[in-house]
Design a protein around this ligand. Structure first.
Ligand code: NAD
Length: 516
């Protein structure tokens, strides 16, 4: 690995690092790297060039069983550690992550095609901050205060870990998703088996290794990298897994819910999104245009909260459309490792083709304002797609209703405030939204009436460790990050002490005997 302060890293350097670091396989079970035993392999590919990065053996059911057994074995002593001990270990964990920040950024950019500036300034520091946050929060698990609610008893609530958590993560933010899954689970005293997406295991493995190197006991954090249908379903249905936490598409989430329900598991689902971006006619137009381009294109639009549907009040509509098109034209596609690159490729050629097919179908029912092309030249081997703006699509059209998950923004006009809010709510999803206005009453109304787990005002995308992230409607239920995530990863127990020391208690008369 090159020193980040000397020469810029190259994909070849980072590929060599990945091959050296993960030669032992793409599972981390009880602190050791292992190869999967499914009999099938997967190759991580650099989406910017199509070059092979790392071939590994996919995990099968036996590997999941081994990881669950390791997590089960580690549970009693981790759950029994004091909050202070868990907190100390997690503070050390945050320290190890910070020391390896540049390595995380480079591996994340290599496997995802993210511009290095995005990995360095968003994914990695966000994950380190999450770790530091949960290291502190581990000492603040609270139950209701004790009291004599019946008069004759003292009641209190214990907040307890659930057991082994089985988590499944997507490929769009592999490091952040690993952090969001692992940190609240272990801060609360659970142990975990994480299954990253097959395409992007590298930073999840590095994250789990950092936990181990920080002194978090082996078996507390395990990783198995296998196919969704095989390793994923086996993990969800596993009888020794007490909770499933899934982040991914709504379609797969439905399948996961069926399996988890059949085995009566605690379930947390973070699913797809189709975030509206509502611009009222008193908005700062320049701010809205900048916000729309950044919000739509971040991570090549492969962001569950990305701005995907801009609704713009009629007086600003034409200026907004031309402003967004002009700004999109300035966005520089290129090598994720080049310092002047704004936008990298999509995660894979298959995902690029899927996005292109959505746009191609939209050409027949809407107006393509800009984009909609696959760049050639130096980018021809990568999974690149140009920033795309679609106008004049009907509200019930596919481009407005379906999650495209690419650098594509759809823009529609509206007249009254009522209409803007109604259209914003008119998809199955409810993960995130934004309202753009300089009027406090208007913006406040939008925050109340838009049905989404997060509503920004005059911004779109920022997240923070202290605040919850999670969906309404078909975007799922449960919260990541913040103290709210402990509602998912703990269970509460009512403890009730009799205070009377009387053998024949008054209430026993409801079962036998008469009132004296
Ligand atoms: P996906 O649903 O295809 O896969 C997600 C994970 O599920 C992967 O690890 C995959 O291997 C696994 N999987 C696939 N089939 C499975 C099965 N039958 N049983 C168990 N596991 C299975 O999603 P993706 O394409 O990797 O990611 C993109 C999706 O994730 C988008 O819909 C996006 O909105 C969503 N997402 C949501 C959030 C959120 O916080 N709500 C965050 C990031 C991504």
């Amino acid at each position: 690995m090159r020193n980040p302060t000397s020469a810029a890293p190259t994909p070849a350097d980072v590929t060599a690092l990945a091959r050296e670091r993960f030669a032992g396989g793409a599972n981390l079970v009880a602190g050791r790297l292992t190869q999967g035993t499914s009999g099938r392999t997967h190759t991580v590919v650099d989406p910017a060039t199509g070059a092979d990065v790392l071939t590994y053996e996919l995990a099968g059911a036996g590997d999941v069983d081994a990881a669950v057994a390791a997590a089960r074995g580690a549970f009693p002593s981790w759950a029994g550690a004091t909050p202070g001990e868990r907190s100390d270990a997690m503070h050390r964990f945050a320290g190890v992550l910070a020391e390896r920040a540049e390595q995380f950024a480079q591996l994340e950019s290599l496997q995802c095609g993210k511009p290095l500036k995005l990995s360095r300034e968003f994914d990695v520091p966000g994950s380190i901050d999450n770790t530091a946050y949960f290291a502190g929060a581990a000492r603040h698990l609270q139950g209701q205060s004790a009291g004599e609610y019946s008069g004759d008893h003292t009641s209190y609530v214990r907040r307890e870990p659930i057991g082994v958590v089985g988590s499944i993560a997507p490929w769009n933010y592999p490091l952040q998703m690993a952090a969001w899954k692992v940190l609240p689970a272990i801060a609360a005293g659970n142990t975990i088996v994480l299954k990253p997406a097959e395409l992007t295991p590298l930073t999840s493995l590095l994250f789990a290794q950092a936990a181990s190197d920080a002194g978090i006991p082996d078996g507390v954090v395990n990783v198995v990298t296998g196919a969704g249908k095989e390793a994923g379903e086996h993990l969800v249905g596993h009888p020794d897994v007490a909770m499933t936490s899934f982040t991914g598409s709504t379609g797969v989430g439905r399948r996961v819910a069926q399996i988890a329900t059949a085995t009566v598991k605690r379930l947390h689902l973070e699913l797809g999104g189709k975030a509206p971006f509502v611009v009222f006619d008193d908005a700062d137009l320049e701010a809205a245009v900048h916000g729309a381009v950044a919000g739509a294109l971040i991570n090549s639009g492969q962001d569950c909260t990305a701005a995907t549907r801009a609704y713009v009040q009629r007086p600003l509509y034409d200026a907004f459309v031309s402003g967004v098109a002009d700004l999109m034209a300035t966005v520089r596609l290129g090598d994720p490792f080049a310092p002047d690159t704004d936008l990298g490729p999509l995660i894979s050629h298959a995902q690029r083709d899927r996005v292109a097919a959505f746009v191609d179908r939209a050409r027949s029912y809407a107006r393509l304002v800009t984009g909609g092309t696959v760049p050639g030249g130096a980018l021809k081997n990568g999974a690149y797609y140009t920033p795309t703006l679609i106008a004049d699509a009907a509200q019930d059209s596919e481009a407005v209703q379906a999650e495209i998950f690419g650098p594509v923004l759809v823009v529609l006009p509206f007249d009254s405030d009522d209409e803007g809010i109604r259209l914003a709510n008119d998809t199955p999803y409810g993960l995130a939204a934004s309202a753009w206005s300089t009027g406090v009453y208007r913006a406040n109304r939008a925050t109340r009436e838009i049905k989404a787990g997060c509503v920004w005002v005059n911004d779109h995308i920022p997240i923070i460790s202290e605040m919850p992230h999670g969906g309404y409607k078909a975007s799922g239920f449960g919260k990541d990050m913040s103290a709210y995530s402990f509602e998912e990863y703990t269970q509460v127990k009512h403890v009730m002490f009799d205070n009377t020391a009387v053998a024949a208690k008054d209430w026993h008369r409801t079962v036998f005997g008469d009132r004296p």
